[in-house]
Ligand binder design. Structure first.
Ligand code: MN
Ligand code: MN
Length: 263
């Protein structure tokens, strides 16, 4: 059950209301990476979760996000309020001023209404936790940008608190995922196709001034990778149907690739 405690999770102080900044803040109220999206995503994932321990965590963090929503809404309201009576302030966001009377609204900073389409809920715990780790990273960077565009000390304090909590949640989700003990590439039950799964498709050829600029790194080299150059120009059949078990898609040495791609 939910219970409203009549104080904010973090005390909010705005010394100098800025309607334009209030509009930016709405991104974290009703935007894709905002607090309502976070609260709903984790809470609904929690409702669907059969693992009691991780369900508890999802509901805890989902509930905290509701408290963040309350903080952001309070902050936004303080910044937007002058729009109700001041024409110049109203021009910062006519929708909020005219339709909403200078109140926080469940829209993003561009006035697009919040939508459940923002939510990533798959019913597969490890997949959901990965979504949540990414969601926290996005929320963190949005708060950082808001802080960078903020002139008001009190507002900055509250945003620093909210930003910090996103890293805290990221840590909790990361450790919850790790504690499931699943290998990093194990998703669901059906195994990926052997061979195919280890092929890195080099889908580009560099012919600019810098020539062949194909980059290499652990994402396409070593680690069991088979590099397949320009697969669009080769037969894209799985290795097994090639008869002899190794087709025409082996990596060529770099110089040979270069000669081939240059005319
Ligand atoms: Mn939050
Ligand atoms: Mn969070």
């Amino acid at each position: 059950m939910y219970h409203h405690v009549k104080k904010l999770m973090y005390t909010v102080r705005v010394d100098d209301p800025d309607p334009r900044f209030g509009n930016m803040l709405l991104e974290q109220f009703g935007g894709a990476n905002g607090e309502l999206a976070a609260a709903m995503q984790y809470s609904i994932q929690g409702l669907n979760c059969d693992d009691p321990a991780r369900k508890d965590m999802l509901m805890d963090i989902g509930t905290e996000e509701l408290s963040h929503l309350e903080i952001v809404g309070t902050l936004a309201r303080m910044h937007l309020k002058p729009m109700k009576t001041d024409r110049t302030a109203a021009e910062a966001d006519p929708l909020v001023a005219i339709a909403g009377g200078g109140g926080a609204t469940l829209c993003n900073s561009m006035g697009n209404p919040w939508t459940a389409d923002y939510l990533k809920i798959t019913g597969e715990l490890d997949v959901d936790l990965r979504s949540n780790i990414a969601a926290e990273a996005r929320a963190k960077i949005v708060y950082e940008r808001l802080i960078n565009f903020c002139d008001d000390t009190g507002t900055k304090d509250a945003l620093q608190f909210l930003m910090t909590r996103e890293i805290t949640h990221m840590k909790a989700f990361l450790l919850a995922l790790e504690s499931l003990g699943k290998p990093a590439l194990s998703v669901g039950l059906i195994p990926p196709t052997p061979g195919l799964v280890d092929q890195y498709f080099n889908d580009s050829t560099g012919e600019s001034d810098e020539g062949d600029t194909d980059a290499t790194g652990p994402w396409n080299e070593g680690n069991g990778w088979e590099r397949v150059d320009a697969p669009a120009f080769q037969e894209l059949r799985p290795l097994e149907v090639n008869g002899n078990g190794h087709g025409t898609r082996k990596s060529r040495p770099k110089m040979e690739r270069k000669a081939k791609t240059r005319k």
